[in-house]
Ligand binder design. Structure first.
Ligand SMILES: NC(=O)c1ccc[n+]([C@@H]2O[C@H](COP(=O)([O-])OP(=O)(O)OC[C@H]3O[C@@H](n4cnc5c(N)ncnc54)[C@H](OP(=O)(O)O)[C@@H]3O)[C@@H](O)[C@H]2O)c1
Length: 248
């Protein structure tokens, strides 16, 4: 019997990378996983991997920057399963358009264009906000729920990554706000903040900024931390970031 047997879990950005490994790990613990991203072929692959391992999953292709598509995604899950026990707010990243004309990751704060800034905030802060906004009312009705937000080392330290670091720092604050505002309804909300992790998105980024071969952690380790928060962490643990990088 898995630690999350019978639960219904939404994992955003689970077409690849950290989201895919989180989806696989959550399904391996017995939950039914709703995989969400834009690219249907990636989602099909994730669902097949889960099913091949004996788990249960469905896919919903949605652009999560769009409030209507987020609302529709949540309604589809509630109509089908009647509840949402787990939300992993993982979708995000550093879109290619941001760094295609630069040679390193450090864009000075005064050199960001308004469009670049808005795009990063939209992908990394608007998505988890919209998904939280639509899922929490469902969890409040259930008086139960678990949320894990995916932040980053970049949101935990002084970082050169401008809007991305600001968005990821914002996720930590959003985690704390969500935690204090939902505790009375039996909902926990925590975050994981990984260092550099080997994922398709990170590899494309590394190549573009000339840092191929940099040391990277494993997305399976991030998934382990997510399982810890969902299944093993103490009931009083909410509003926290589990930092998955070396601080010394
Ligand atoms: N890799 C790292 O080093 C690292 C470190 C710390 C934190 N993180 C964070 O971890 C998360 C996952 O990163 P990753 O490296 O696994 O990224 P990845 O390999 O690029 O995968 C990102 C996933 O998010 C989905 N996504 C992106 N924009 C979306 C949108 N508008 N609507 C729906 N889905 C969307 C992508 O699918 P589609 O493009 O098909 O929509 C994809 O499935 C991100 O929040 C990232 O900031 C990553």
């Amino acid at each position: 019997m898995g630690k999350l047997e019978g639960k219904i879990a939404i994992v955003t950005g689970s077409g690849k990378g950290i989201g895919r490994d989180a989806a696989l790990a959550i399904a391996a613990e017995g939950a039914t996983v709703v995989t969400v991203a834009r690219t249907q072929s990636d989602l099909d692959e994730t669902v097949k991997m889960i099913e091949d391992a004996g788990g249960t999953a469905i896919s919903l292709s949605r652009d999560l920057t769009d409030g209507e598509q987020v609302a529709d995604m949540v309604k589809t899950v509630v109509d089908k399963y009647g509840r949402i026990d787990i939300l992993v707010n993982n979708a995000g990243g550093y879109p290619k358009e941001i760094y295609k004309n630069i040679e390193h990751q450090a864009i000075k704060i005064w050199e960001w264009s308004e469009e670049q800034w808005d795009q990063i905030i939209k992908t990394n802060l608007r998505i988890p906000f919209l998904v939280t906004k639509n899922v929490v009312p469902v969890m409040i009705k259930q008086e139960k729920g678990d949320i894990v937000n995916v932040s980053s080392r970049m949101g935990r330290i002084a970082s050169q990554m401008g809007a991305y670091a600001v968005a990821k720092g914002g996720i930590v604050t959003m985690t704390k706000t969500t935690a204090i505002q939902t505790k009375e309804y039996g909902i926990k909300c925590n975050a994981v903040s990984p260092g550099i992790v080997d994922t398709p998105g990170q590899r494309v980024y590394n190549h573009s900024v000339g840092q191929d071969g940099c040391p990277m952690g494993s997305s399976k380790d991030v998934a382990k931390a997510i399982i810890y928060l969902l299944a093993d962490s103490p009931a009083v643990m909410t509003g926290q970031s589990v930092d998955l990088f070396t601080t010394v």
